[in-house]
Ligand binder design. Structure first.
Ligand SMILES: NC(=O)c1ccc[n+]([C@@H]2O[C@H](COP(=O)([O-])OP(=O)(O)OC[C@H]3O[C@@H](n4cnc5c(N)ncnc54)[C@H](O)[C@@H]3O)[C@@H](O)[C@H]2O)c1
Length: 311
């Protein structure tokens, strides 16, 4: 199984690293526009092979799409990351042009591939990729909910003072500080509602911390985070390549689900060898439905900025 990762920066290279040491794919190609950069990252990762004991072949190329031919999955991380104080929304102009041309180049050599979109603003970039390529919706998946949910579980486990693997929870909605919806009502600790262990005030704090989780790291690191984003992409790629049919919140095209149409937003999805295999319908309560509708309004407003790129 072959995976191409476009953008060999922090997130892309971390994703390649996780995919190789976990043996998720037999081949990974890293592609970047910066001369020699992807080659260097690939060589560095390959020099872990004997110490961590993996067999994945990782190679790097500078803008040569012919080397990406016949990829089963392509991950798009190319673009500029969010700087401190910059909103995801402000990234749109720059990243839209990059993502559109990358998707077009990729499909010349891998016409049957499944595309995972990571570049921000991710929901809008996923929508752009769908509109620009005309591919069926099962083959374009935006990664954001997997990361936001892992942050949610991290904050829940901190509040519960327990291990995050004992905690279940999902974040749906847009992948933005103000648009994501951590579903605290449905979060559980080994099958028991977290509300049995945490006060409303504590659950509200978990949700608030989750929503600014990315910004907190950007403030600390001076650029956006990469370990958890890279690992979250690898988790999603694993579910596709190995047909694991995991339920992962992903940004996908909605056609009536959750009361929305013509928009890509985070909803629980079954992810397998065909990419998006099913959208899972959660019975949201009225308050959650209202948050989802508000989130959709914000994502839709951002999609409006794509007019020039899609013209
Ligand atoms: N969806 C998510 O959950 C999530 C999480 C973290 C970061 N991100 C986003 O992912 C993107 C990458 O973040 P990062 O921290 O890895 O940034 P980075 O700057 O470290 O890496 C981006 C790479 O893309 C390359 N690039 C730029 N234009 C290109 C092009 N046309 N073709 C090929 N490569 C090109 C750059 O040279 C750079 O190496 C950003 O948009 C960031 O906001 C999304």
């Amino acid at each position: 199984m072959k995976v191409t990762i476009v953008g060999a920066g922090n997130v892309g290279a971390t994703c390649a690293d996780v995919i190789s040491y976990r043996g998720i794919a037999s081949e990974v190609v890293l592609l970047d526009i910066k001369e020699g950069f992807a080659e260097g990252k690939a060589m560095d990762i390959m020099q872990c092979a004997t110490t961590t004991g993996f067999n994945t072949k990782v190679s790097g190329v500078t803008n040569d799409y012919s080397k990406t031919a016949n990829s089963d999955v392509v991950v798009i991380t190319s673009g500029i990351p969010r700087k401190p104080g910059m909103t995801r929304e402000e990234l749109i102009g720059i990243n839209a042009g990059i993502v559109k041309s990358v998707a077009e180049n990729i499909l010349k050599f891998s016409p049957n591939t499944i595309i995972v979109v990571v570049s921000n603003p991710m929901d809008t970039m996923t929508y752009l990729t769908l509109k620009a390529t005309g591919l069926p919706k099962n083959r374009i998946i935006g990664m954001g909910g997997a990361l936001d949910s892992s942050r949610f579980k991290y904050y829940l486990s901190k509040a519960l003072n327990n291990h995050s693997n004992d905690v279940q929870g999902m974040v749906i909605g847009g992948h933005g500080d103000t648009t994501m919806i951590p579903l605290t009502r449905l979060a559980s600790y080994n099958g028991l509602p977290v509300s049995q262990f945490l006060s409303q005030e504590e659950m509200d704090k978990v949700a608030a911390d989750t929503m600014v989780g990315g910004a907190t790291l950007t403030g600390l690191l001076g650029t956006s985070a990469w370990y958890a984003p890279g690992a979250s992409v690898a988790y999603l790629v694993d579910s596709i390549l190995n047909d694991q049919k995991r339920m992962i919140p992903c940004s996908v095209m909605l056609e009536g689900e959750y009361g929305q149409t013509d928009i890509c937003m985070g909803v629980p999805c079954i992810i397998g060898k065909n990419g998006l295999e099913e959208i899972v319908d959660i019975k949201l309560n009225d308050a959650e439905k209202a948050l989802f509708a508000k989130s959709a309004d914000a994502v839709r407003a951002m999609n409006g900025d794509l007019k020039a790129v899609l013209a």
